[in-house]
Design a protein around this ligand. Structure first.
Ligand code: HH2
Length: 263
């Protein structure tokens, strides 16, 4: 899953897309580089970020939606939003997946919309909200608690009419977690996958945990992010959400070839 942020303030790539045309071209590039899906977002959720009003989120997205409607999407599109109105506009423009970092808690209309439109849905774990999530997060057993949460949100989505086979889950690296919590969750992917029975998506690309382990700023975190993506997939992640699609696809291609030769 390639990341396309139409935000002025995302932590790794904020402000990097100059125009709707540039966004569309970036999507075409991701498709060529081997991404299976492009996750478009217009609200930064980095630690400390303030919520973006729905009108502003739509204002940032609409010009790109217009291009998608007119020309078709170069690859399947996911919408990274917690607002049902934004998800509805994205689906109208062709999005096939809703990536909701609040797992449906941000907007009570979200599950009904996804159920009605029949899109895929990513449910992510986050402790609190982006403003406060990194204020001394604590868990007695982070893998158990994140598993409990995701199990509950799968049940809530299914109760609202979302088909279970449409659901992907994400432990939410960096969303209300210390480095140790993030590492425990990535190491615990097999436990979560076995317990929840749904594909697992992980997003650690250029995040603080890579910086904490390597001492690098966001621009220097590619190698660490690639290692994290490989480790995540090796432990059973079905998808990785990344800023650097070509490099990640190459790394996974080589790793997979060796794994398959060894079978
Ligand atoms: N991480 C970010 C945003 N959305 N969605 C899922 N499912 N999983 C993640 O780990 C995840 C996510 C944060 O990364 P980014 O979009 O690059 O930054 P920002 O929130 O600052 O726009």
């Amino acid at each position: 899953m390639g990341v396309l942020n139409l935000t002025p303030d995302s932590f790794a790539d904020g402000g990097s897309i100059a125009s709707p045309e540039a966004a569309y071209d970036r999507m075409g590039g991701m498709a060529c580089d081997g991404a299976a899906i492009c996750d478009i977002g217009a609200e930064s959720t980095r630690p400390g970020a303030l919520p973006v009003p729905v009108e502003e989120e739509l204002r940032r997205l609409e010009p790109v939606f217009r291009l998608l409607r007119a020309r078709g999407a170069p690859l399947p599109v996911s919408i990274d939003t917690s607002k049902a109105a934004v998800a509805a506009a994205a689906i109208e423009a062709g999005a096939v997946m809703v990536n909701d970092i609040t797992a449906g808690r941000g907007d009570e209309a979200m599950f009904a919309l996804v159920a009605d439109r029949g899109t895929d849905l990513c449910l992510m774990h986050m402790r609190g909200d982006p403003r406060t999530m990194q204020d001394d997060p604590r868990y007695a057993d982070v893998v158990q608690e994140v598993g409990d949460f995701l199990e509950g949100r799968i049940a809530a989505a299914v109760a609202a009419g979302v088909r279970e086979e449409r659901i992907v889950v994400d432990p939410g690296v960096g969303f209300g977690k210390t480095l140790e919590h993030n590492l425990a969750l990535l190491a615990g992917i097999p436990v979560l996958a076995a317990r929840l029975g749904r594909p697992i998506l992980v997003g650690l690309s250029r995040k603080g945990m890579i910086g904490a382990l390597t001492g690098r700023d966001t621009a220097g975190r590619l190698a660490g992010s690639l290692a994290g993506a490989l480790a995540g997939v090796a432990r059973g992640a079905a998808a990785v959400r990344v800023h650097d699609v070509a490099e990640t696809v190459d790394a996974l291609t080589v790793w997979k070839a060796i794994e398959e030769a060894g079978r």
